[in-house]
Design a protein around this ligand. Structure first.
Ligand code: GLN
Length: 488
């Protein structure tokens, strides 16, 4: 019963590993349908406290679980995620299920198709439990911009889970799914993973199809997994990655078995530590935790050296120009005609557009549409959007130069641990500035992982960000495994 949960600690629960679940389901000691039911029970008990799921897809989940059970009974070979309960960020569409993107403007919209990443999870045997809360159109760093109320952090419900994929991170931290999908445009997988103490993966741009993703900033948006441990996150990435004819930006690069790649020890890898990520504004306890992580990498046989990424200081304005410009174009389609919400206060077509958008978009989304429209407008385009694209190129080149000398770069994922609900809502600029360590990799298109790296004295999780060059996810996973093994 919902009301019975009283202490914060009871919300944190580690999901079983994929290996343990595979074993149980294949041997018949656990039925996929019973497992799915037990997850729905947990969701019913915990969701009223944390507001993680926006909608459940129970019929579809139970039908899939029964298919898996039938295969197990027959002794058929089981697919890699057979019976694994997963949750989906509500910016990815599932046929017939509500898709809100955390926005009131999409209320009542039921898309007629599945996102490719979602379809691939299900084809691999996963049981899709439902849709997860997030910041409106994935714009935010705290989940407080959701049109359906904030998600609370399972570690401390007075604190934010991070954003925009807060529901996806919190669901894994609270064992309301074994793994989840999120999206990352400027940090939205890595930062909530770090705030909730779970693993989150930023795949290389193009690695995972964006088909069926409700777009925020198309040149930056990526779909990626969350899990309770690095190996399982790696396994999920192998399932969802790879060329998709429905997304022209998806890469034909072959998809390795990332879980097996992650098994290779990190010994001998060259690790870069950029001074620019350990400067002013970094919480001393976060710094101390990351320094311990770096020591653990040395102990694991990695060669650690300083690298320099001097354009880092331009990354926030560059990101908030590119992202808002693309958002202003992408969000033009929500006009009250084709999807979801339509204002009743409309006499003409023009006033219907205006009222629908005014009534249903939240304040942050409106702020970004205004900023982005301004940055793209005639007379300002060269000074803002054009200049941002040039700086973006410099940031990407700087990373490539660094990766000529090192195999991976490690940094804090966020300068601060999870903050209190309401603490930053009055100051959007301070919220933007806290994205400083994540937006750089987003602009450069490279890949990374956020892996738990100890806690603050108050018990708040700290995440280490491990970055690697394009299509080098396997290397990032190896380094993350070494951090995980150190049990900091
Ligand atoms: N916090 C960043 C923003 O608000 C990143 C969001 C994201 O990655 N979707 O834009």
């Amino acid at each position: 019963m919902a009301g019975e949960i009283k202490t914060a600690e009871t919300f944190v629960e580690k999901p079983k590993t994929l290996a343990a679940l595979q074993e149980e389901i294949a041997s018949g000691s656990v039925k996929a349908s019973d497992l799915a039911s037990s997850y729905y029970d947990r969701i019913a008990a915990v969701n009223p406290h944390l507001n993680i799921y926006l909608s459940l897809t129970k019929d579809r989940a139970m039908a899939q679980a029964e298919r898996v059970d039938a295969m197990a009974v027959k002794g058929d070979p089981l697919p890699p995620l057979a019976g694994v309960p997963v949750g989906i960020k509500d910016v990815l569409v599932m046929k017939g299920a509500p898709a809100t993107a955390g926005s009131r403007i999409l209320e009542g919209y039921h898309p007629p198709y599945d996102a490719t990443a979602v379809a691939r999870l299900e084809a691999a045997g996963a049981v899709l439990l439902g849709k997860l809360n997030c910041d409106e159109f994935a714009m935010g760093s705290s989940n407080e911009n959701s049109g359906y109320g904030p998600v609370r952090n399972p570690v401390d419900p007075e604190r934010v889970p991070g954003g925009s994929s807060g529901g996806s991170a919190a669901a894994v931290a609270a064992n309301m799914a074994v793994a989840t999908l999120g999206t990352d445009t400027g940090g939205s997988i890595r930062q909530p993973a770090s705030f909730c103490g779970v693993v989150g993966v930023l795949p290389t741009y193009g690695r995972v199809s964006r088909y069926g993703l409700i777009a925020f900033a198309s040149s930056l948006d990526r779909v990626g997994p969350f899990a309770g441990n690095v190996r399982d996150a790696a396994a999920l990435l192998s399932v969802i990655a790879g060329r998709d004819e429905k997304d022209a930006t998806s890469s034909p690069a072959p998809v390795p078995d990332f879980a097996t790649q992650s098994d290779k020890p990190a010994e001998g890898l060259r690790i870069g530590v950029p001074g620019e990520y350990f400067a002013e504004g970094l919480d001393p306890e976060v710094r101390a935790a990351i320094e311990k992580g770096i020591d653990a990498l040395k102990a694991a046989g990695c060669a650690v050296k300083r690298v320099s990424l001097p354009h880092t200081k331009y990354a926030i304005p560059t990101y908030y120009l590119v992202a808002t410009a693309e958002a202003s174009a992408n969000l033009a389609r929500f006009d009250g005609v084709r999807y979801g919400y339509r204002s009743k206060a409309s006499e003409t077509l023009g006033s219907m557009y205006r009222h629908s958008r005014d009534e249903a978009f939240g304040a942050e989304v409106k702020r970004r549409i205004l900023l982005g429209t301004y940055a793209l407008s005639a007379g300002y385009y060269d000074a803002y959007y054009g200049k941002a694209q040039q700086v973006r190129r410099l940031l990407a080149e700087e990373f490539l130069r660094a990766f000529a000398d090192v195999d991976a770069i490690v940094t804090p994922t966020s300068p601060v641990p999870a903050f209190k609900l309401g603490e930053k809502t009055g100051d959007p600029l301070s919220m933007y500035l806290a994205d400083i360590y994540t937006v750089t990799a987003s602009l450069a298109g490279i890949c990374g992982v956020s892996v738990p790296c100890g806690n603050t004295s108050a018990g708040l999780p700290v995440g280490m960000q491990v970055l690697a060059a394009h299509f080098n996810e396997g290397t990032a996973f190896r380094v993350a495994r070494a951090i995980e093994a150190a049990q900091l």
